[in-house]
Design a protein around this ligand. Structure first.
Ligand SMILES: C[S@@+](CC[C@H](N)C(=O)[O-])C[C@H]1O[C@@H](n2cnc3c(N)ncnc32)[C@H](O)[C@@H]1O
Length: 275
């Protein structure tokens, strides 16, 4: 399973591509800002707008220790560290994402606050009860064993620790097969999209409490409307296509098609480890 995930996302020349895109946009690694990089910093439905909306409810405080599970290149980790002055550790299975992420962290001078590790979410290199809070954005679709995933997350959170899941889940049509490829998988056999009820049951059995589930059609609708406005215009140099690779258009088109058919919906779940 792990090998398939890394192979799907692998982008060995990502930093070279980002440098070329910066140059096309008249920018440079020495002076680039977080806002200029934002379009490639968040690899989930709604991008930075979604992150900001969801983080408002996480109540992140300065100095807190935060965990970003499946951080990709670490854009959300950097954004949280810069916005809230928290310390963030991100983990991701895809080694080329972590390598690129460390370079981006240096460019944005956030290396004192953000540490990125190449590791599996099912076996994290952290002691028990290390984190005050954490999040996992658009990762569960890649992980079959959600029981093991949430047990591991529960282990590394402190009692009272808050956790946010924001994943693509099954919509009102839970049975029609999805169209592939999508951003997280090239084929059905590598996709583990589940319903909000299935997530809630697994979270509860891992020990989490205060579970609040919010399907976020508002975020998805705004995201797809914004994309529709861009249709037909030249693609900006700095876009998620840099990360999604050759098949970016097909993956995005299927994401939208599956969403509009009610087969998937982005859902936020806020939960807490009991004290
Ligand atoms: C769609 S990307 C989302 C990245 C990031 N969370 C964001 O929203 O920008 C999914 C990420 O999950 C990572 N991933 C998938 N399965 C994983 C696992 N078992 N352990 C750690 N990372 C995993 C992938 O490598 C990929 O970077």
């Amino acid at each position: 399973m792990s090998e398939t995930v890394s192979t799907h996302y692998d982008a060995p020349d990502l930093i070279a591509r980002i440098k070329a895109a910066l140059s096309d946009a008249g920018l440079s690694p020495e002076t680039v800002t977080a806002d200029q990089l934002a379009p490639i910093e968040e690899f989930h439905v709604g991008g930075r707008m979604a992150t900001d909306a969801l983080f408002r409810d996480l109540d992140i405080r300065p100095g807190e220790r935060a965990l970003d599970v499946g951080c990709g290149t670490g854009g959300t980790s950097r954004h949280a560290a810069a916005q809230f002055s928290c310390m963030v550790e991100g983990i991701d299975l895809t080694e080329s994402f972590i390598r690129a992420g460390r370079t981006l962290t240096d460019w944005l001078k956030l290396d004192g606050k953000v540490r990125l590790h190449c590791a599996s979410a099912l076996d994290m290199p952290f002691e028990a009860a290390k984190f005050d809070l954490g999040w996992m954005l658009h990762v569960g679709m890649n992980i079959k064993d959600k029981q093991a995933l949430f047990a591991e997350i529960f282990r590394v959170l402190k009692p009272g620790g808050r956790f946010l899941v924001y994943d693509i889940m099954r919509g009102e049509d839970e049975t029609t097969p999805l169209a592939f490829p999508v951003p997280w998988a090239g084929r059905q056999a590598d996709s583990f999209v589940r319903s909000p009820h299935q997530y809630e049951a697994v979270l509860r059995s891992a020990g989490f409490a205060t579970i609040r589930t919010e399907p976020r059609r508002d975020i998805a609708d705004a995201f797809f409307a914004q994309a529709a406005e861009q249709a037909g215009k030249p693609r900006p140099a700095i876009s998620l296509a840099l990360i999604m690779g050759e098949t970016a258009r097909d993956k995005f088109a299927n994401l939208k098609r599956n969403y509009e058919a009610g087969r998937i919906v982005p859902v936020a779940i806020f939960c807490e480890k009991p004290r």
